[in-house]
Design a binder for this molecule. Sequence first.
Ligand SMILES: Nc1ncnc2c1ncn2[C@@H]1O[C@H](COP(=O)(O)OP(=O)(O)OP(=O)(O)O)[C@@H](O)[C@H]1O
Length: 327
Amino acid sequence: MAEPVLSIRDLSVEIPTRHGIVKPVDGVSYDIRAGEILGVVGESGAGKSMAGNAVIGLLSPPAHIASGEIWLNGKRIDQLRGEAMRRLRGKEIGMVFQDPLTSLNPLLRIGDQLVETMRTHLKISEKEAEKRAVAALEEVGIPGAASRVNSYPHEFSGGMRQRVVIALALCAEPSLVIADEPTTALDVSVQAQIIALLKRLCRERGTAVMLITHDMGVIAEATDRVAVMYAGRLAELGAVEQVLTRPQHPYTHGLMASTPLASEGKARLHQIPGAMPRLDAVPDGCAFNPRCPRATEVCRTPPPPRVKDGMAACWHPLVEDVEEKVS
Ligand SMILES: Nc1ncnc2c1ncn2[C@@H]1O[C@H](COP(=O)(O)OP(=O)(O)OP(=O)(O)O)[C@@H](O)[C@H]1O
């Protein structure tokens, strides 16, 4: 099998606070291969964005990588700083954030932003970059791309602006795209279009994607594999069909049960009782145990086994039930 584009190994991010050191990311490991879309899902505060920001060197101090390794195309990147990390962003890692305006310079025409990004990272002439800028906008579905290169970000609707951001993220041909809640700020009517666009373009190019979302619908629509995060840790990791149809972790099951499914024609809402713990009060053992219907004594003391691909970090995974039913 091909080497992963991104490999995160036992990554922990720490923040010193008045109440002691907290770990918004705690021993997380996963790989993303070329052309693969890994969804990172979990409730607000699970540590999804922190894990993404650690990869691109954009943790806000005092948050910092405390341990673990991050490898991109066989090169270790977790210790890169300053200019070396800036070169990596844009060239090897494209970024799409929730608010398109954070990625676009309001004072520059979008054609100039595309040209500048390509000229910084690719060895091409001004003329070639201008040609590619128009093609990039056409590819993301901006009507009248040849003239729209001269428009400023504020002259686009939210959905069109996010299309421009996707063009910008992909124009230097990165091997990895990190998309952090790319549709959360958009009208529901355009959300599916943006996800479909991102998926199509990354598939065509063989780009690896880390797609961070709290939305199980987006996970089902776009991803190949899923990493479920809870209180900074991985609860479950596996192929999307497996995780969605046969979730092993009771937390994943709870997320699914609280997701309205369009196919059912009505909301199937069973909220998970309780709330994610504060990071300075993460329970001993499995962090999910106070909310978990399956918890027993063992869940309150030793931490559950670390997640491996296709497995949940759980002492009582739901797969036992499935096996019992089958046998
Ligand atoms: N400076 C800080 N001090 C203490 N805790 C912090 C600090 N910054 C962030 N956190 C905590 O880190 C945790 C992880 O945050 P993160 O933004 O990664 O979560 P998330 O899963 O992406 O959630 P969301 O979907 O809301 O963005 C949260 O519980 C947050 O409260």
